[in-house]
Design a protein around this ligand. Structure first.
Ligand code: SAH
Length: 237
């Protein structure tokens, strides 16, 4: 009789209670993809799959985990933020990524955008100017098994010459101009996306394609990003 009770217990409460939150986050993630990302017109399958896979709740502090799949940005420390999921998806889709691509990101922050890129492309290079954030993101990405991401603590204004040119460049901090070294490090036909604007309150998400040395410019949506610091603030004020 006791064995029967035990079996019933095991069927009703399989594994440990730890598996419950994981299922809960997976469900929240699926709702986020359907409602906030697909629902707003993002169509690229690779992007939708990546957003449905990367554990966004593990890129924020524990007290924010339950809110990780909501439709807004969240603080990641040092006054910085992880972008709203829709903005991450939109920017990623705009880059027109292919599995063979090598991508440069400026502004690693939590490492979440880098993880989304890493789900889609071969190699991701990401630069962060705040040491605390760079170290934390590098550790986190390694712990989560993202082997194709390299994190560097530096001013991203200068790009990462050693690994240039890149198929795509994504800048996740705002600036009032596109850093010229980044344009130089973009492949012919490559795409670069940046929140461009001269105010700290809002900018325009701007997509640039390098076309025979010229730049084709497309303005997407208004956004509010934290500013790019360092060299970007010294030039072209
Ligand atoms: N992509 C991040 C969020 C970016 S927040 C994520 O997925 O979580 C913007 C980040 O850009 C901040 O972490 C900030 O420290 C960093 N940043 C600002 N200026 C920079 C610069 N010149 N070079 C590299 N990173 C910079």
């Amino acid at each position: 009789m006791k064995i029967v009770y035990l079996l019933v217990f095991l069927v009703l409460f399989p594994a440990s209670s730890h598996s419950q939150p994981l299922d809960l986050y997976a469900r929240k993630r699926q709702v986020m993809v359907e409602r906030d990302i697909k629902g707003r017109g993002v169509k690229d399958k690779k992007v939708l799959e990546a957003m449905g896979k990367a554990p966004r709740h593990l890129f924020v502090d524990e007290y924010l985990r339950d809110r990780a799949y909501e439709d807004y940005p969240l603080p990641i420390g040092e006054g910085q933020t992880i972008s709203q999921p829709y903005v991450v998806a939109l920017m990623t889709e705009a880059l027109g990524l292919k599995p063979s691509h090598r991508v440069l990101e400026i502004g690693t922050g939590s490492g979440y955008q880098a993880a989304i890129l890493a789900e889609i492309v071969k190699e991701v290079y990401t630069i962060e100017i705040r040491k605390g954030l760079a170290d934390k993101a590098a550790k986190r990405l390694t712990a989560l098994g993202y082997k194709n991401v390299s994190v560097k603590y530096a001013d991203g204004y200068l790009g990462w010459k050693e690994f240039a040119p890149f198929d795509a460049i994504i800048i996740t901090a705002s600036a009032n101009h596109i850093p010229p070294p980044l344009i130089k490090q973009l492949k012919e036909g490559g795409r670069l996306i940046i929140p461009l604007g001269s105010t700290v309150f809002f900018q325009t998400l701007t997509l640039v394609t390098k076309n025979k040395g010229e730049l084709d410019v497309e303005q997407l949506i208004p956004v509010a990003f934290v500013p790019m610091i360092g060299e970007a603030q010294k030039k072209k004020e």
